[in-house]
Design a protein around this ligand. Structure first.
Ligand SMILES: Cc1cc2nc3c(=O)[nH]c(=O)nc-3n(C[C@H](O)[C@H](O)[C@H](O)COP(=O)(O)OP(=O)(O)OC[C@H]3O[C@@H](n4cnc5c(N)ncnc54)[C@H](O)[C@@H]3O)c2cc1C
Length: 615
């Protein structure tokens, strides 16, 4: 069956963009207010850190009121404070800022412009929010703004650094121009990341001058501290660097070469031949790209190549709406791209519970077009790639193939082991030992096709390593299944999924977050959670959900399932008000009503009092 959801069309897309902008503006204004309050509390006592070099500039406090012109109120003594914004009772904006001497004339010009240039509605507040001094910002917020090590943040306004600036496209010229006048270095074209709405620019210079740039240009949406290399100015290497170090520590035993088995005790890696008593293989997986799509060259993107794109087109098709496809499709839609999502199955993100799948679809279809039960074919078109399916066609600029990943078994030499391989070349692997049959070889991680998730892959490695260094097999039982799709809202499953359970032997409880108290106060009141418990004893077996903060609910439920808790055991826990967990309690109570009642002296039997806000 082909189910079509509303196409994004320009109106829906505009609404999405509008919403993102509004959310962004709200967030910046909220952050600004928090920073101002904090800065004001500390107004008289702030000092530059001990040992900071005397800055080559002055601290100014200037009052600005549109149409009136800048009034320099006070020349603060050195080492007093570095910058903040307050709004006076008559609505004027009072700004304290460290101004390096050599940028003074630009600074004055900027203030004059501020007072006498027409600006768009609502532009001023967000753009001024960056005048707050770094040392006034709470650590939690610093971690949001600055993804690098917060300890490494420069206190010194004269410290030189790279920053990455998110800048609305229509403001780039202003940023370039002012940066040049301020003597800052801005990364050239090759180093910029382009999105439909914003461009990310690497900018290098003294912190105070960059703050001045941020303050002056407007339209800069957000900042991230950059690494030293403008071409790599996101923080993507942080997670990986620890892994790289671990392998580097192997010294000469770290061989960078393609490896293949040559029988059960021999590995050939480039020019090296390694004889080993036991061997662990963990070659991972690669995205599947259907053969006939290869003719479209680099217009077919995968999750491996998406993050290398320097520019993103206006229209993208996403084929395969599993976890990865859904995450990517929503993210691209939120960047303002027209996204068309397809899946041959009739449910998205691997959800097995029909009701959860439906709610997830309905929510995501508000942001991008979803076509389920659709077999897509691609054809060359005049202005792009035509995507055809039973029920329609659309032309896009690029297509993301997210139709699954294939274990990297080709050329690995598994055929030299003498064990049976299935039609995909996969041997039988014991998930409790990771051993291939009764061989001396262990196959861990995505490559065994069992649980392609990071924490499961790490467990595979642990089990394989233990067994590879042990004379006797060690069988480890596996953890409670848990998976999270990082869409918004998140989609999670824990324990046994609905599709794995016999409907006759289970009881199901559910809660909608549409009217749940905490979800409403968070303005994230959408989604559904369903719990499955054994009919015979009320023991919790699993859950599926599309819900706010599903990742946390999933962990809590994994704990409960792992501890073999019953619905009544869980209802004995405290549920704080107002929390999303109160919603979980609603679902638990629904199941409890179907179970034999617990003792009258047991608080697990305490039912709802019928006030919606407390559920
Ligand atoms: C887009 C995306 C998002 C994801 N998001 C999440 C998530 O949010 N949470 C989560 O838990 N999991 C997530 N995953 C899954 C997770 O990344 C994988 O489960 C995990 O990386 C698997 O680790 P691995 O070591 O088995 O394989 P890999 O990380 O793929 O490593 C395999 C390594 O082996 C090397 N190799 C392959 N063949 C050979 C050979 N013959 N000789 C020498 N070297 C070889 C490869 O070059 C590679 O470096 C995501 C995956 C993708 C693609």
């Amino acid at each position: 069956m082909v189910r079509d959801y509303k196409s994004p069309g320009s109106n829906a897309r505009q609404r999405t963009l509008q919403r993102i902008r509004e959310e962004h503006g709200r967030r910046l204004v909220g952050e600004l207010n928090a920073a101002l309050q904090f800065a004001d509390q500390r107004r008289e006592v702030l000092d530059l850190p001990d040992g900071a070099p005397p800055p080559d500039g002055v601290y100014l406090e200037v009052e600005l009121a549109p149409g009136v012109g800048p009034t320099t109120l006070e020349r603060k003594r050195e080492r007093t404070r570095q910058g903040a914004v307050t709004v006076t009772a008559n609505g004027a904006r009072r700004i304290a800022l460290f101004v390096p001497d050599d940028t003074r004339d630009v600074f004055d010009a900027v203030f004059r412009d501020y007072a006498f240039t027409e600006v768009e509605d609502g532009e001023k507040i967000p753009k001024k929010s960056r005048v707050e001094p770094v040392e006034h910002v709470r650590t939690a917020r610093l971690q949001t703004f600055w993804r690098d090590d917060p300890d490494a943040l420069p206190d010194d306004p004269q410290a030189e650094m790279w920053w990455a600036l998110w800048c609305f496209r229509d403001r780039v010229e202003r940023v370039d121009d002012l940066a040049q006048r301020l003597g800052l270095t801005v990364g050239d074209d090759d180093t910029r990341l382009r999105f439909p709405e914003v461009i990310v620019l690497p900018v290098h210079g003294r912190r105070a001058v960059i703050e001045l740039l941020l303050f002056s240009t407007g339209g800069i949406a957000e900042i991230r501290r950059a690494t030293d290399t403008p071409a790599v100015f996101t923080d993507e290497l942080h997670g990986i660097s620890g892994v790289l170090k671990a392998t580097e520590d192997l010294g000469s035993r770290n061989i960078a070469a393609h490896a293949r088995l040559d029988g059960p005790n021999r590995l050939i890696a480039g020019e090296h031949v390694i004889e080993a008593k036991r061997i662990v293989l963990a070659p991972g997986s690669s995205p599947i790209v259907p053969e006939q799509w290869r003719a479209f060259g680099d217009r077919i993107i995968t999750s491996d190549t998406l993050f290398e794109q320097k520019d993103l087109p206006r229209r993208i098709g996403v084929v395969g709406l599993g976890a990865i496809g859904v995450e990517i499709a929503q993210a691209l839609a939120r960047l303002g791209i027209e996204v068309y999502g397809f899946d041959g199955a009739d449910r998205i993100a691997g959800v097995s519970d029909e009701r959860i799948a439906q709610v997830a679809q309905d929510l995501l279809a508000q942001e991008f077009a979803i076509h389920l039960g659709a077999q897509v074919e691609l054809a060359e078109a005049d202005d792009g790639i035509e995507m055809r399916w039973d029920g329609g066609n659309v032309v896009v600029d690029k297509v993301i193939a997210s139709v699954g990943r294939r274990p990297n078994l080709k050329g690995l030499g598994l055929d030299t082991l003498g064990v049976p391989l299935d039609d995909k070349g996969m041997p039988e692997v014991d998930s409790n030992t990771m051993r291939i049959g009764d061989t001396t070889i262990f196959l861990a991680g995505d490559a065994n096709g069992q649980r392609p998730l990071l924490h499961e892959g790490a467990d595979d490695g642990h089990i394989a390593g233990l067994n590879a260094t042990s004379e006797n097999p060690i069988h480890l039982s596996r953890r409670i299944p848990l998976s999270v799709v990082f869409s918004d809202p998140q989609i999670a499953s824990v324990g046994q999924r609905a599709g794995e359970l016999n409907p006759r032997t289970i009881l199901t409880g559910e809660v909608s977050f549409a009217r749940q108290g905490r979800a409403r106060t968070m303005q994230e009141n959408y989604g559904l959670l369903r719990l499955y418990a054994a009919r015979e004893n009320g023991r919790l077996l699993g859950a599926e959900m599309v819900a706010p903060a599903a990742e946390h609910m999933g962990h809590l439920l994994a704990l409960a399932i792992g501890q073999k808790l019953t619905v009544h055991d869980l209802l004995r826990m405290p549920f704080y008000h107002p929390t999303l967990e109160e919603g979980l309690r609603t679902a638990l109570r629904m199941i409890a009503r179907e179970l034999p009642p617990c003792s009258i002296s047991d608080l697990a039997g305490c039912g709802p009092i019928g006030v919606e806000a407390l559920e």
